[in-house]
Design a protein around this ligand. Structure first.
Ligand code: GAP
Length: 439
């Protein structure tokens, strides 16, 4: 058997549309650039991914979850540095008006779009935050921003959570939510979009202990990606050198994934010092100091280790990694999405061989029973071969086939997505079989 990995993003975009994972936003109006809608299978995959993250982060002794508002007090963004510093340098081609990030092109050369030479404007900073108005009066005092990261909702709630949950250092706060950035060069499907979801966790530690916790979180986060089924050869660390270290960080590293267009950041793990809490303390005038009862009631601002992963970007890596083209050009060619079973949008497909002879009724009974525990699909239309191919393409780990023998021996055939091996299992043992496979 031959096997090819994903070669080009367009193959994946095509599959995602054809099978109901991801559609272009507002497609009937010609689409809205860099915005995407998750379809029925995409939304299941995304929920499973978020669930895995949420469980890995908050089903532990030392991390609480929150869900902060997207709109925050505008002073938050002044304090965090986003109003003054969250910008990309931008140049325009005076000839064709195309806009570029200065660091993405060589301005001494011709415009990549129209070929004009010496046509670029001086570079200027372009703030990436989306502005909107709060309330009925449109003036500068009513300007609010769509949050460009979820992290600040955690920082401003640090004391609320520490006190209500009676937390002692070290402890963390986790959040999943939408973030918005008016990116100059979005693209590569859901890799860089203007609206996306982040899964972020801030871990508050005693100053001086940050490197130890940074190492612990690096290991935890690497394992999480492997647990999603990503192959280790497609992952690498990309530490930030002194030059590209953010002004608030004393150490940072990214986990990168090898996408079809090249290596790209999937998650950042940052040691953010006490920068954010200090800034919020300054700008709000509120005392955010932590009292360390274990150290003679010393008061200080905790340091922070942040783990920040893009949900959509992680999902894109999972889609890319799962994609396999087997036996290309052969009669038995198939595309199969080898999702980790815990992430697969549909866990089991129930397929009666034919509609007639009582098979459809028996299959429907099995389907209703399995659907209670597993997201299942019942499919009776088309040849069994075509139905298997569809389930392969949407990554369903198991197909349960009901044939005429099933009526006699009360058994069904279970087909394994990856090996295509078939096992005969009695209907009464079906749930035990699946429980074992999905544990
Ligand atoms: N709080 C830290 C923070 O936001 P970041 O490196 O700017 O750090 C973290 O973003 C993660 O969010 C990235 O590693 C990426 O996975 C995701 N991300 C950032 N910008 C994105 C965009 N425009 N589209 C999709 N995902 C994005």
């Amino acid at each position: 058997m031959s096997e090819e990995n994903l070669q080009s993003m367009s193959d994946l975009v095509g599959l995602c549309k054809r099978r109901g994972f991801i559609f272009q936003s507002s497609e009937v109006y010609g689409g809205l650039a860099s915005c995407w809608d998750y379809g029925p299978l995409g939304v299941e995959l995304k929920r499973n991914l978020k669930d895995r993250w949420w469980k890995s982060m908050t089903f532990r002794d030392d991390v609480d979850g929150i869900d902060a508002s997207i709109l925050m007090h505008p002073k938050v963004w002044k304090a965090s540095g986003h109003i003054d510093g969250f910008s990309d340098p931008l140049v325009d081609c005076k000839n064709c008006k195309e806009r570029y990030r200065e660091d993405n092109i060589d301005t001494t050369k011709a415009c990549p779009k129209c070929g004009a030479k010496g046509s670029f404007t001086e570079s200027r900073d372009f703030n990436l935050m989306f502005k909107t108005q709060m309330g009925p009066v449109e003036d500068t005092s009513s300007t609010v921003y769509l949050r460009p990261e979820t992290a600040q909702g955690i920082f401003v709630n640090f004391l609320n959570i520490q006190s209500t949950m009676r937390r002692k250092l070290p402890f963390g706060i986790a959040q999943i939510g939408k973030a918005f950035r008016n990116e100059i060069t979005p693209g590569n499907f859901i890799f860089r979009t203007r609206e996306f979801e982040q899964m972020e966790m801030q871990y508050f530690v005693k100053p001086g202990s940050q490197m130890k916790f940074m190492e612990e979180w690096k290991e935890t986060r690497w394992k999480w990606h492997l647990g999603n089924g990503l192959r280790e050869k497609n992952l690498k660390w990309e530490p930030h050198g002194e030059k590209n270290l953010a002004h608030y960080a004393d150490a940072a590293t990214d986990i990168e994934y090898k996408f079809p267009m090249g290596w790209g950041e999937m998650e950042g793990i940052h040691s953010r010092t006490d920068f954010d809490l200090k800034k919020h303390q300054e700008h709000s005038g509120k005392n955010l100091l932590y009292t360390d009862q274990a150290d003679g009631n010393k008061k200080y601002l905790p340091y922070v280790i942040e783990t920040s992963v893009g949900c959509d970007r992680s999902l894109l890596a999972i889609l890319c990694d799962a994609y396999r083209l087997e036996n290309k050009g052969e009669k038995d060619e198939r595309v199969v999405m080898k999702f980790h079973p815990s992430l697969a949008p549909i866990k089991v497909a129930i397929l009666p061989l034919v509609k007639k002879g009582g098979l459809a009724e028996l299959a429907a009974t099995i389907y209703r029973d399995l659907q209670v525990d597993y997201k299942s699909e019942y499919d009776v239309s088309g040849s069994i071969g075509k139905r298997y191919r569809r389930q392969d393409e949407i990554g369903t780990p198991f197909c349960v086939t009901i044939d005429f023998d099933s009526l006699e021996d009360q058994s069904v055939t279970i087909r394994d997505r990856d090996s295509m091996e078939q096992t005969r299992v009695s209907i009464s043992k079906l749930k035990d079989f699946l429980k074992e496979k999905f544990k």
